[in-house]
Design a protein around this ligand. Structure first.
Ligand code: FE
Length: 151
């Protein structure tokens, strides 16, 4: 087994063989910090899961009717009940697609596509890289990025 500790400005991580434990610093932005992590480690495909807590979050909903995104920001303390996401390459750039389930103080849940959220408390993630480069291309009909395994 190979174990290695690594450090970024907004995160610290331990690599165990090919898998990472990642801790985000308090007040860091989840998408920004995790994107920095995958760029730093040159991860082009794989899965991320996570839990923790945030002080604010912006979720994005894709309306098929108007083909536009509707964004909504929630400014309150929330538990990150779950984050699940994947890494791909879009227009030559590493991209994270993340969905989040947030627990409010009244124990109800908010969920959706994560645009951005600020850690307030812990941010604990596991990264499972895959040794490939998964490319997504924007589909003209739907406006959504789909995997293209011929690329
Ligand atoms: Fe999404």
């Amino acid at each position: 087994m190979e174990v290695q500790n690594i450090q970024g400005s907004q995160w610290s991580a331990r690599k165990v063989d090919q898998i990472y434990i990642v801790s985000l610093k308090n007040y860091s932005n989840i998408v920004e910090a995790l994107t920095d992590f995958v760029q730093n480690q040159n991860i082009h495909a794989g899965e991320v899961t996570g839990i923790g807590a945030v002080g604010e979050a912006t979720l994005r909903f894709f309306s098929f009717e108007t083909k536009t995104y509707i964004d909504k920001t929630f400014k309150e303390q929330m538990e990150v009940a779950n984050i699940s996401g994947n890494v791909s390459v879009i227009d030559g750039k590493l991209s994270l697609h993340i969905h989040i389930t947030l627990g409010r103080q009244d124990y109800t849940a908010l969920a959706g596509h994560l645009l951005e959220a600020k850690i307030h408390g812990a941010g604990e993630f596991i990264f499972y890289p895959l040794d490939t480069r998964a490319v997504k291309i924007k589909d003209k009909e739907t406006g959504i990025n789909f995997y293209d395994f011929d690329k």
